[in-house]
Ligand binder design. Structure first.
Ligand code: C2E
Ligand code: CA
Ligand code: CA
Ligand code: CA
Length: 287
């Protein structure tokens, strides 16, 4: 739907526009988009449930498409995984996020006693099996001068189901260096809970579906029992529990009572530009 005489797209016919962004079109545009720098990252705060302080943020990638505007990761990450572009794209996200965490650190002049702001980065299954994962991560951390302990890599539960030692080895090496590994979307993959002991993870990220179950008051007592059980199991294995999708204060209160450690969700903040995270962190450090 090109407007007459110009190069700009108009959205007068949204359906035609939706058709224009086909999977195929997006897929073939991805490599050039990476080269032209059309991706950007938003950061969503991770908040300590005990004292409400901002401890870090999850990096969430977006695509600013020259014609179609901002496209969310649910639409293009699967395509990038399919073509293998996720490896260079994921490396770019890691590098950019680590650089950003280093900037937060450099600009923190005191007042935040919870330590430096940390950054969480999502890893796709294909990045896990890519032989360069450990060396790329080490290179990036060294080049940018960030402590490994300020980085957390999020891997989905489903990516690690039935994982053999070959798959776990790079994660173990990263964990030994001090990088945190989080098990993302936990509770959706029906993994064997006993299996958790084998995995080099230090954080469980409870999937949003659990938080959604708590939207209604009073929450379903069975849901509460399940979360309580997961939290106590996690803590007995020395894992911290982060909950995603917290949208209301009532949910936050309930999750705090259930012993969850960290929360993320619209109640605290939507994903946003990197400077806003630093402002939020400073604001809560100074009261
Ligand atoms: P995820 O890792 O589970 O990330 C959390 C998603 O929940 C984000 O969606 C976030 O914006 C959204 N969210 C946060 N708080 C709330 C809330 O209170 N309510 C609701 N309804 N949603 C909330 P987003 O940014 O669209 O990302 C979607 C997925 O795309 C991510 O899910 C992750 O799997 C993937 N993704 C994003 N960035 C990357 C990346 O750099 N690499 C890889 N491999 N995957 C990424
Ligand atoms: Ca995640
Ligand atoms: Ca998640
Ligand atoms: Ca998810």
């Amino acid at each position: 739907a090109k407007s007459a005489g110009g190069n700009r797209y108009e959205l007068a016919d949204p359906e035609a526009d939706a058709r224009a962004i086909t999977r195929h079109g997006l897929t073939t545009a991805l490599p050039a988009a990476l080269e032209r720098g059309e991706f950007f990252i938003e950061y969503q705060p991770l908040v300590h449930l005990g004292d409400g302080s901002v401890r870090g943020a999850e990096a969430l990638v977006r695509w600013l498409h020259p014609q179609h505007g901002v496209i969310g990761p649910d639409r293009f990450i699967p395509l990038a995984e399919h073509t293998g572009l996720i490896v260079p794209l994921g490396r770019w996200v890691l590098e950019e996020s680590v650089r950003q965490a280093r900037r937060w650190e450099a600009r923190t002049t005191g007042g935040i006693d919870a330590g430096p702001l940390r950054v969480n980065v999502n890893l796709s299954p294909m990045q896990l099996t890519h032989p360069g994962l450990v060396s790329d991560t080490v290179d990036i951390l060294e080049r940018e001068g960030l402590e490994p302990g300020a980085l957390c890599l999020e891997v989905t539960e489903s990516a690690l189901i039935g994982a053999d030692d070959d798959l776990l080895k790079p994660l173990r090496r990263l964990a030994e260096m001090g990088v945190d590994i989080a098990l993302d979307d936990f509770g959706t993959g029906y993994s064997n809970l006993a299996n958790l002991r084998r995995l080099p993870v230090s954080v469980l990220k409870l999937d949003r579906s659990f938080t959604q179950g708590m939207q209604h008051f009073p929450a379903d007592p069975v849901d509460l029992k399940i979360v309580e059980g997961i939290v106590s199991l996690a803590h007995s294995l020395d894992l911290a529990v982060t909950v995603e999708g917290v949208e209301t204060g009532a949910q936050a209160d309930q999750l705090r009572e259930l012993g969850c450690d960290t929360a993320q969700g619209w109640y605290y903040a939507r994903p946003g530009p990197p400077d806003r995270l630093h402002e939020l962190a400073l604001a809560d450090a100074t009261g």
